[in-house]
Design a protein around this ligand. Structure first.
Ligand code: CDP
Ligand code: CDP
Length: 220
């Protein structure tokens, strides 16, 4: 019987990572960490400082001064930058969505987040959670390659675009997937040994039940 479980969930844009991870965190009392929101928060902060995607040297110089912290709200972790949680409305906005994959492709940006993301397991333990469910693009491949369970969510691009449109959000899903999959450092890829799930024709509940059954078995 595992005492503390680390679950990694990766996949492309709008494949269902956040809704699935949130539901699992409720079901099992895990801390939910949406690492995409971390890349988005850093992107919002860099844009707020007037830095653009082409100013790579200035971005690198800004990274050590970000002073990253974590605030736990319910079962979700939120990134603090210099003591401030960047508001959801800001990190989900069109400007951040268009820029985030460009900043996320800079190896130094990813390096600045590596130890921070691994440290979220300690945050979860300190707050008394039974585990951590962390979602992103490189969680099962780079951040926690030895996670207790690793999942990779697929969904047809047309279905994913339909899901985003239903949310009323502007998003170039195919373009972000292309950037995320083709970058040199920690690209979006199905890592060997991860469990792949195609959710194109599955409801959110069916995906949560499938992953939940595996977690329940592992927890004993
Ligand atoms: O986090 P990610 O971008 O991968 O996806 P999400 O924000 O969890 O899901 C995008 C939208 O698809 C949400 O509105 C979900 O409710 C919906 N969804 C769905 O319709 N069917 C699924 N199997 C999974 C998600
Ligand atoms: O919700 P959605 O799947 O559309 O995107 P997200 O999870 O909010 O991630 C936003 C962007 O952050 C992605 O398109 C990637 O460029 C980047 N990201 C990353 O590079 N590595 C991660 N582990 C998570 C996100």
């Amino acid at each position: 019987m595992a005492s503390f479980l680390i679950v990694a969930i990766d996949g492309g844009a709008a494949s269902g990572k956040s809704s699935t991870s949130r539901a699992l965190s409720e079901r099992f009392n895990f801390l939910h960490v949406d690492t995409g929101s971390y890349y988005r928060a850093i992107t919002a902060e860099l844009l707020r400082r007037g830095l653009g995607i082409e100013q790579v040297d200035a971005v690198k110089a800004a990274l050590p001064g970000l002073d990253l912290g974590t605030q736990v709200e319910g079962r979700s972790a939120r990134m603090q930058i210099a003591g401030r949680v960047v508001p959801e409305a800001e990190i989900r906005g069109a400007e951040v969505t268009a820029a985030v994959s460009h900043f996320a492709a800079i190896p130094e940006v990813r390096a600045a987040l590596l130890a921070y993301q691994r440290g979220q397991a300690d945050v979860a333990r300190r707050h008394g959670f039974r585990g951590l469910v962390m979602e992103g693009r490189d969680i099962g491949s780079v951040i926690f390659p030895n996670a207790d369970l690793r999942f990779f969510l697929h969904a047809d691009p047309v279905e994913r675009a339909r899901r985003r449109a239903l949310e009323g959000r502007a998003d170039a899903i195919a373009e972000r997937d292309r950037l995320d999959s083709s970058r040199k450092t920690a690209p979006l890829t199905l890592p060997p040994g991860a469990i792949a799930i195609d959710s194109t024709h599955l409801t959110l509940e069916q995906v949560v039940d499938t992953i939940g059954a595996t977690i329940a078995e592992k927890l004993g």
